[in-house]
Design a protein around this ligand. Structure first.
Ligand code: NAP
Length: 272
């Protein structure tokens, strides 16, 4: 499995992880872990904690230090005490003592100083190993970075796929310049036009991979990039794990780039 440094953490993490919403299937998650997809993304919001419980069940047999578990707090729990209590609830549901990274799911009304102050306290308490954000544009990211006293933003999780490449001009450069990880969610979505599908299929056939694996390999071009596809189907889990072995040529990349061109961003950061 392709591994890379996860932002400011000193940990090498699989570039391809596993998403867990809609609710994950425990057997599929375990199959993914066995194939090296040990980077698992969840959130207190997903199924009101049910996703975290299922992840807890899935990871229970594995040595904790072989996994990289990420969860997210809702902005409505973003006060100092709200974050600390939400993290404790997530840890209980996940049946673990610590999270590898804890994210603010999106920016809410609580001042970032307060929310991120609680995150820093959780790092000191050993309950989270790193902290990050999700759905933050570069303006929000700058404010978040300025609000932190000791820690750095380990990652920003963003909607990113072949049909939504605007982060390449905004959040991805911020991540590269600030030593942060860029984590793409909903990475398998794409416009289904005939030309794009033909290009992906041809490249996939040449690499003996699926179109989805080729799409994931394309999204992982930058060293700061990670993706977290979600798959409940065993064949999909296997195809996603296989994407780590796909090495695209510059010609492959140029063809995909032409078939799914980058568009300028109009309006705010797109979210899912
Ligand atoms: P996704 O991973 O792009 O797509 C999931 C869909 O693709 C499922 O229907 C899945 O089917 C199918 N699939 C998976 N692997 C496939 C393959 N190799 N070939 C064909 N189809 C495949 O979208 P997502 O679930 O929206 O996003 C992934 C994760 O990102 C979520 O699970 C969640 O953890 C996270 N997320 C975060 C945010 C945020 O605000 N931070 C927002 C949305 C999502 P099966 O399940 O049947 O295999």
């Amino acid at each position: 499995m392709k591994r890379r440094r996860f932002g400011t953490t000193v940990i090498d993490v699989p570039a391809i992880g596993q998403g867990t919403w809609p609710l994950p299937d425990v057997a599929a998650l375990r199959h993914g872990i066995d194939l090296g997809l040990t980077h698992i993304d969840t959130a207190e919001m997903y199924g009101d904690g049910r996703s975290e419980e299922l992840v807890g069940e899935a990871i229970a047999p594995y040595p904790r230090d072989t996994l990289f578990v990420v969860s997210k707090v809702l902005p409505s729990n973003g006060t100092y005490h709200g974050v600390v209590s939400a993290c404790d609830r997530s840890l209980r549901r996940l049946r673990t003592d610590y999270l590898d990274c804890y994210l603010l799911h999106w920016r809410g009304d609580v001042p970032l100083d307060e929310t991120l102050g609680a995150f820093e306290a959780l790092v000191r308490a050993g309950k989270i190993r790193s902290l990050g954000v999700s759905n933050f544009d570069p303006w929000d990211l700058r404010e978040a970075a300025a609000a932190l006293r000791n820690e750095k933003i380990a990652c920003n999780q963003i909607l990113y796929n072949l049909g939504e490449r605007t982060p390449e001009d905004h959040e991805m450069p911020w991540a590269s310049e600030n030593g942060s990880a860029f984590v793409g969610y909903t990475p398998l979505a794409r416009p289904r036009d005939a030309e794009g599908e033909r290009v992906l299929k041809e490249i996939a056939a040449a690499h003996r991979a699926s179109s989805e694996a080729v799409a994931l390999a394309f999204l992982l071009r930058e060293p700061c990039a990670f993706v977290i596809p979600k798959a409940n189907t065993i064949a999909h889990v296997e195809a996603n794990a296989a994407a780590a072995k796909v090495v695209l040529s510059s010609d492959d990349i140029a063809r995909i780039d032409a078939a799914y061109p980058r568009q300028p961003r109009v309006g705010p950061l797109p979210t899912n």
